[in-house]
Design a protein around this ligand. Structure first.
Ligand code: FES
Length: 109
């Protein structure tokens, strides 16, 4: 299984194995990574899986679809590198990927 490194806002790192074809949100919740709730179950309607994926890692991902972008527009702590973890499927080319987490999850609406 690919290793994914979730990094909390305070810098705490959690390196976990995530099954291919599960989402980054599921990988975090199944491994009890703090700060990722996935309250909507993965249908891009809560932003409690908000994360930042930067640099070359971002280039490996499919760009966000309109439903993801619409939810991100309501997310707290939005950045250019913001993604919803529930919309990203894990694959082997993500081995060692760093997924940074915001200080606070969820939507402002
Ligand atoms: S789990 Fe709700 S938006 Fe991702």
């Amino acid at each position: 299984m690919p290793n994914i490194i979730y990094v909390e806002a305070d810098g705490t790192r959690h390196e976990v194995e995530v099954e291919e074809q599960t989402t980054l949100m599921e990988g975090a919740t199944m491994n009890l990574v703090p700060g990722v709730e996935g309250m909507c179950g993965g249908i891009a309607s809560c932003a409690t899986c908000h994360c930042y994926i930067e640099g070359e890692w971002a280039d490996k991902l499919q760009p966000p679809q309109p439903n993801e972008l619409a939810m991100l527009d309501t997310a707290k702590n939005r950045r250019d590198s913001s993604r919803l973890g529930c919309q990203i499927l894990v694959s082997w080319d993500m081995e060692g990927m760093e997924v940074h987490l915001p200080e606070e999850q969820g939507s402002v609406v």
